[in-house]
Ligand binder design. Structure first.
Ligand code: AMP
Length: 366
């Protein structure tokens, strides 16, 4: 998607990936190799103007290594900070963000202590390498604590209070090299089994929350001397935003911006890392993004939907895997809510309807 945004602007791309079916190879020169293989990194870096990443589990040491050869953004320290849930939550709290109760857990005693201090229910997560709900264990009862801890490797974990949130929101922001920033609107996200299923852009969010999210994004980006796009994920609870995590990259909850704004998150990320002026991030019309999880739905059904845009990543089907997304736009929030509801039924995703019902009701009345 980044290459698709950059090619019309005159850019050309090379991509490094360990997977033979790397989906960017249709639009970029492909170097196959491991992210920590020095030879592969050097073959990749040869002759490039600037390098970046769209996957946060790239080793920070590889980014530091590349930075010796060419311009790289975001920087390795920013990546390392965002790779550790403990450090990122600590930093956000120091910058004044509300963060739910959490404790670092490296052994059984600390897990017991977390249970006493935080209480049940509790969520244990690996501090590093978790994504899409992987690396998480929900602890509803004391007897689940030790098996849960063991299932996650026993150490380098974080224990978090379960947040009974009203909804989940995220903000995609972009910081240019000179420090100028652009912000997409806060959007509402619905996760199913820890995986993003639906993003709604246009649903009403209190101005106060938008301001809080932007000011935290500015604080984090300045502290990390961040360049490029990133996302902050929040829980909304009792009129407050609770920071959950930062993604140091273009983010799935920003994919709607391809159709929903003048300059998508991909375009603005490129502009930022190239030191070009940033483009407009205002929402043009209410826009929803439906993730295709596991497999793509029937194409002809999706293409028949009004104002729908089909994005097929050509990835091998696998349970829970994000293999594409569909963007839907409408004149009004009410119309969009109806269209998304109907689309889920048409696309064979009606099992999601109960989980997304409340979010679509909020959109309908926005
Ligand atoms: P994460 O990997 O932290 O983004 O978590 C994935 C999803 O799990 C989130 O988007 C939430 O839906 C849920 N989740 C994570 N942490 C918590 C928490 N502390 N309380 C309630 N739900 C959570």
């Amino acid at each position: 998607m980044m290459a698709l945004a950059g090619v019309p602007m005159g850019l050309r791309f090379r991509v490094l990936d360990h997977a033979a079916d790397c989906c960017a190879q249709d639009v970029a020169e492909f170097v196959r190799g491991e992210f920590d293989d020095d030879g592969a990194l050097m073959r990749f870096a040869q002759g490039l103007t600037v390098a970046t990443f769209d996957f946060e589990n790239v080793p920070a040491a590889s980014i530091a290594r590349l930075s010796k050869q060419l311009k790289v953004a975001p920087n390795a320290t920013a990546l390392a900070t965002a790779q550790d849930r403990g450090i990122e939550k600590q930093s956000a709290r120091e910058l004044g963000a509300n963060v739910g109760a959490f404790m670092l857990v490296d052994n059984a005693e600390q897990a017991d202590q977390a249970l006493r201090d935080i209480g049940l229910p509790l969520i244990l997560k690996t501090r590093r390498m978790g994504y899409d709900g992987k690396g998480q264990a929900r602890i509803r009862d004391q007897s689940e604590l030790e098996p849960g801890r063991q299932s996650l490797g026993g150490t380098a974990l974080i224990a978090e209070a379960f947040v009974p949130f009203k909804r989940e929101l995220s903000l995609v922001a972009v910081r240019a090299r000179g420090g100028n920033m652009a912000f997409y609107p806060l959007v509402e996200n619905v996760h199913i089994d820890g995986v993003l299923a639906l993003t709604l852009a246009g649903t009403a969010v209190e101005d106060k929350l938008n301001q809080q999210a932007k000011s935290l994004a500015r604080g984090i980006a300045e502290q990390l001397d961040y360049v490029g796009a990133f996302a902050l994920e929040f829980f909304e609870l009792e009129g407050k935003l609770l920071f959950n995590e930062m993604a140091p990259r273009v983010h799935n909850s920003g994919h709607w911006s391809i159709e929903g704004t003048a300059a998508s998150q991909f375009e603005n990320h490129l502009r930022a890392i190239l030191d070009w002026p940033l483009g407009k991030t205002e929402l043009r019309q209410p826009t929803a993004m439906i993730n295709c999880l596991g497999a793509m739905p029937e194409r002809s059904l999706a293409l028949d939907l009004a104002d729908a845009h089909w994005h097929d990543y050509r990835k091998q089907p696998r349970v829970g895997r994000k293999v594409g997304h569909i963007t839907i736009q409408a004149e009004s929030c009410r119309a969009l809510a109806d269209q998304v509801w109907d689309a889920l039924a048409v696309l064979g995703m009606s099992a999601w309807q109960p989980s997304v019902h409340a979010a679509l009701e909020r959109l309908r009345t926005s």
